[in-house]
Design a protein around this ligand. Structure first.
Ligand code: ARG
Length: 580
């Protein structure tokens, strides 16, 4: 076990059980980093146990350490203040753990013993238009979760729940047919949004066209071959547009991950049948509805989930019911994750409630709505272009790269043109992604170029720079990091020790993201790591260390820091260039 604080936790937990009896088995001793000089950790459990045990906290703390077997693990233990247990690890334990981490390709992060099959629904834009900034968060957050869960050893199935079946397709197809589109041809649409706008304008201004467009929807959903052929060609174009954005952004989604709403069309009657057979769906005002307990309209009346509309059509809710059933029944999902903005909270709450009533969700399957706030512009107003349009994602990416390229031309003129381009890409995209991931996702955030590109602060460029700086130390030293090992004396200075302890807890940060699905926890960890590294590097000379051993240990700390930064950034979908 690489992480000594976990070992502390296990031993203290056992001690609690021994001191107070089996009903206290599994108690979390609440081990945290200590701020006391000379100590590494503190256990805070005594305060919360005192009441249950019926003894003052200091006495509880004393009984815990008397019962604890900390031999070989701790060099100093004391009860302090109202009942903290202060703990200092043996140096050899830390050095041993560092050595384990260095030789472990997983950097101390164990794979989970019982992997889930996680089905992650993310990005999921509407296929009729280009991706805009409103799709950024789902895409970036979802992709991080996919990476983290995969790294933890879960089976991950990506699902891009593309909106490819709505009524707007009638209008688009009709418009394309009027323009002489034939599905067998080779088509490229330069600007999907422009096409949408043309069709929309005709739809709104030309009743004859609007009528044809409505009939076209019926033909599409009824399976008319000519209509379907145009629709397929249109969707293929759409997916090509999407993929260009995904590739530029460096997210893992591929065309194979697209499972659009249309996929569920043939499954909808079966879903309805099952809900009717189970006595859950009832006709209300002509529509087939499921009423889940606890859901109310603003006026207090029960709020239904509409499974089939009164005109016989199926909507968003029905499709999601079918998708959920498919994800559990056919994909074998045990953890269903939906990265969708918070405005759909009620939809998902109701979806999960109805799915539980139907027995599709049960104790062995969890469903989670990973919700998030909005991206805002200056003054916390909606984020728009200067002319008031929605910002296309592809334009946002291009601007990020251009802005960074300008800085690089100024600050790192010695990079080759190719290198400049790839660094501008890595840093620009990295900054945009990180700014999205760094805050608690439930909050809105203001899109602010200055702040996200700052080299000092909790930003991607700061972390990338810390990584690149370490790599440059190795280039200057002409040392191959693979030849390094830790030796005794590696954690003498407080800055060395603090850095080391942080390096040994990557697993806690990654586990926390896997459990809570909150990527900012990993950002916080990485930022603390980079800050501790900066403090270490200022205080402890590396290449000019006093002894050969010290130099070797410090270089080893540098290398492990760089590897963990790169690994953490990779889990956030962010590149870590070797120079910048
Ligand atoms: N296409 C939807 C939208 O743009 C998001 C779909 C999210 N996923 C889902 N299974 N409902 O709002």
């Amino acid at each position: 076990m690489a992480n000594p604080s976990q070992q502390l936790g296990v031993r203290l937990s056992l001690a609690i059980q021994q001191a107070f009896g089996d009903e206290f088995a599994g108690t979390d001793p609440i081990v945290r980093r200590s701020t006391q000089a000379g100590f590494d950790y503190q256990a805070n459990v005594a305060m919360s146990l005192a009441k249950r045990v019926g003894a003052p906290p200091r006495e509880v703390a004393t009984r815990i350490i008397e019962a604890a077997d900390l031999s070989g693990l701790c060099a100093a233990i004391e009860v302090a203040g109202p009942g903290f247990v202060n703990l200092r690890l043996e140096d050899e334990i830390i050095v041993g753990a560092l050595t384990d981490s260095t030789t472990d390709p997983r950097l101390g992060v164990a794979a989970v013993p019982h992997p889930d099959t996680a089905v992650v629904d993310y990005s999921s834009p509407n296929g009729a238009k280009e991706m805009h900034v409103g799709h950024l968060r789902s895409t970036v957050i979802g992709d991080t979760l996919v990476r983290v869960l995969g790294f933890l050893g879960h089976t991950v199935i990506r699902q891009n729940h593309l909106g490819d079946w709505g009524t707007q397709f009638g209008m688009l197809i009709e418009h394309l047919l009027d323009q002489g589109w034939d599905a067998s041809g080779d088509h490229a649409i330069a600007d999907l949004d422009a096409l949408y706008l043309e069709a929309r304008t005709r739809f709104d201004g030309d009743e004859e066209f609007a009528e044809r467009a409505r009939r076209r929807v019926v033909a599409l959903q009824g399976g008319d071959e000519q209509t379907l052929a145009v629709w397929r060609a249109l969707m293929a174009e759409s997916v090509r547009h999407l993929q260009a954005v995904y590739d530029r952004l460096g997210v893992l989604l591929t065309p194979e991950d697209v499972r659009g709403e249309s996929f569920y069309n043939p499954l909808l009657p079966g879903v309805v049948e099952e809900l009717v057979d189970k006595g859950l769906a009832v006709v209300d005002d002509g529509a087939l509805c499921v009423f889940a307990p606890g859901f109310k309209r603003p006026d207090g009346e029960p709020l239904p989930m509409i499974v089939r509309k009164s005109d016989g059509g199926f909507g968003y809710a029905a499709t999601d019911l079918a998708a959920l059933r498919y994800r559990v029944g056919d994909l074998g999902g045990t953890r269903l994750i939906y990265a969708v903005d918070a405005r759909q909270a009620q939809h998902f709450a109701m979806l999960f409630a109805v799915a539980s009533m139907a027995g599709w969700l049960h104790d062995d399957v969890r469903a989670e709505h990973v919700m998030f706030g909005s991206v805002l512009g200056p003054g916390r107003k909606p984020f728009q272009t200067r002319t008031g349009d929605t910002v296309k994602l592809i334009d946002l990416i291009a601007e990020a790269e251009t802005r960074v390229a300008a800085v690089i031309a100024d600050k790192a003129p010695d990079l080759s043109p190719d290198e400049r381009e790839s660094v501008a890409h890595a840093v620009g995209i990295g900054a945009v992604k990180y700014a999205d991931l760094v805050n608690d996702r439930i909050k809105d955030y203001v899109f602010d170029w200055e702040r996200m590109l700052a080299m000092d602060g909790n930003t991607a460029p700061y972390l990338q720079y810390a990584h690149a700086r370490i790599r440059s130390i190795f280039r200057r030293a002409e040392v191959d990091p693979d030849t390094l090992t830790f030796v005794a004396g590696a954690v003498q200075e407080p800055e060395e020790r603090a850095l080391a302890l942080q390096l040994l807890t990557l697993d806690e940060a990654v586990d926390a993201v896997g459990e809570s699905l909150q990527p900012h926890r990993l950002c916080t960890y990485l930022f603390e790591l980079a800050s501790l590294f900066t403090a270490f590097y200022e205080k402890c000379p590396v290449l000019r260390a006093e002894t050969g051993e010290q130099r070797q240990n410090r270089l080893s700390l540098c290398d492990l820091t760089a590897r963990i930064l790169a690994c953490g950034l990779d889990l956030l979908g962010i590149e870590a260039p070797d120079r910048m």
